[in-house]
Design a protein around this ligand. Structure first.
Ligand SMILES: *Cc1c(COP(=O)(O)O)cnc(C)c1O
Length: 421
């Protein structure tokens, strides 16, 4: 390559070369995503504006992340105050905001020890590595992890191997061995799969990505009993359900089943990358000095935001507000579903809501999300057949009403299209 070529390469910060439109996306990005046609430039609460000034009601919550809405004043205050004090010091040293967040998590949960990371996959990676060491310390064959079909635990090689969706683990060469997948909510299958060689059972209290499917209380209680019987760890992946999403601070409280290990991510940073694995001291000791680590995990800036987020979300009024919003949203969604025949079922807990699309729209959840956008409302899909809503926990009722009105307009349009063809 010639010198002149290097000199003529576009430099960072050259505005005439920088991608300015959504069309430039495919020219600069690895094509793993296929984003919908919204180039967001500004947001407040549960309202988002695009580059052309069009307004959208955000019922997607950044995939259950923006629990306190966009640009929350208390979070901006925590972020900027910490930004003037200390951003990052690494785990070579200690940081006050990291220790404060760990202390708060321990006060508010079953747990006694915390490991911080930056994403859900990393928190689960830590949990699975802990489980393997815990099991192997008892017997060389005790390394099996039992997980549910259709589950989602992240996109690292270990977490796609544990996750129950082959489409995410195929094509990357040999997967991690020693994983058993069982049908979700099937007590008999779980009992059959768990043995003395099981080091952990991992479950989502509500399967989020694959369709907003809650576990039954009996199922989680059965998993708890089987883990106790076989000396295995019960890992609850609360990456999506944790931190207020279900109207309790953590889903395990809703179900009344206490895990040995819990992972959280999405909402704890409210948009700043932050995750954690929480466990008991007697399990934590199996991840001894030097056995695991991360450069960014638990960094001062993220933990300061996490502390402010946890403080706000753990207030009883906020959590009660999640239950009220659930009742309101679900009853209105059921009305829309019945009036236009678009939903077979509206399910979910708290503000994790799934609208199961009726037969004419099976396999079309992405088209529905696209259609919603043209009506000015942001929704998620969960699998191919479910429209998923995961709005901010403090979304205003006027934003809910506006979002529902736009969804109703979409439902009316979908209904017309099928009647006419
Ligand atoms: C989103 C999610 C993950 C993965 O989190 P990342 O931050 O994307 O790595 C893991 N488990 C569950 C249940 C999730 O919803």
């Amino acid at each position: 390559m010639s010198q002149s070529h290097i000199h003529s390469a576009p430099g960072i910060g050259e505005p005439h070369r920088a991608p300015r439109t959504a069309d430039a996306y495919t020219e600069v990005m690895v094509p793993v995503y296929s984003p919908l046609d919204l180039l967001a430039v500004r947001a407040q609460g549960a309202t988002v504006w695009d580059a052309a000034g069009k307004e959208y009601i955000d019922l997607s919550g950044g995939i259950a992340v923006n629990a306190l809405g966009h640009c929350n004043p208390a979070l901006i205050e925590a972020l900027t105050a910490q930004a003037h004090r200390l951003w990052h010091i690494s785990n070579t040293y200690k940081s006050d905001s990291t220790l404060r967040l760990a202390g708060a998590l321990i006060r508010l949960t079953f747990a006694e020890r915390v490991f911080f990371a930056n994403s859900g996959a990393e928190a689960n990676e830590a949990a699975f590595k802990l489980a393997r060491r815990y099991g192997l310390q008892q017997s060389p064959r005790k390394y099996e992890i039992v997980s549910a079909q259709n589950s989602f635990h992240g996109r690292s090689l270990f977490t796609v191997s544990v996750g129950g969706q082959p489409k995410y683990s195929n094509g990357f060469g040999p997967a991690i061995e020693g994983i058993r997948h069982v049908p979700f909510n099937d007590l008999g299958a779980l009992e059959h799969a768990v043995s003395e060689n099981t080091c952990a059972v991992v479950l989502e209290p509500v399967q989020g990505e694959s369709g907003v499917l809650p576990a039954t209380r009996e199922y989680l209680a059965c998993a708890r009993a089987l883990c106790d019987r076989h000396n295995a760890l019960l890992i609850l992946d609360e990456v999506q359900t944790g931190v207020g999403r279900l109207g309790t601070l953590f889903a395990y409280e809703h179900f009344g089943v206490v895990p040995d290990v819990m992972t959280i991510a999405k909402a704890i940073g409210c948009g700043i990358p932050l995750s954690a694995m929480l466990t008991m001291a007697r399990f934590a000791e199996h991840l001894g000095q030097g056995t695991h680590g991360t450069t960014f995990g638990g960094n001062s800036l993220a933990c300061a935001v996490g502390e402010a987020a946890l403080h706000a979300i753990s207030q009883p009024e906020l959590l009660y507000g999640v239950l009220e919003r659930h009742d309101y949203l679900v009853s209105r969604l059921r009305q829309i579903g019945e009036r236009y025949g678009v939903f077979d079922e509206v399910r979910g807990i708290g503000l994790l809501i799934g609208c199961v699309l009726a037969e004419p729209w099976h396999g079309k959840a992405r088209d529905v999300a696209k259609g919603a956008l043209t009506h000015g409302v942001m929704v998620l899909q969960a699998g191919q057949d479910v429209m998923r809503l995961a709005p901010s926990l403090n979304i205003s009722y006027s934003e809910i009403d506006e979002g529902l009105a736009r969804l109703e307009a979409l439902a009316q349009e979908l209904n017309h299209e099928t009647v006419n063809c």
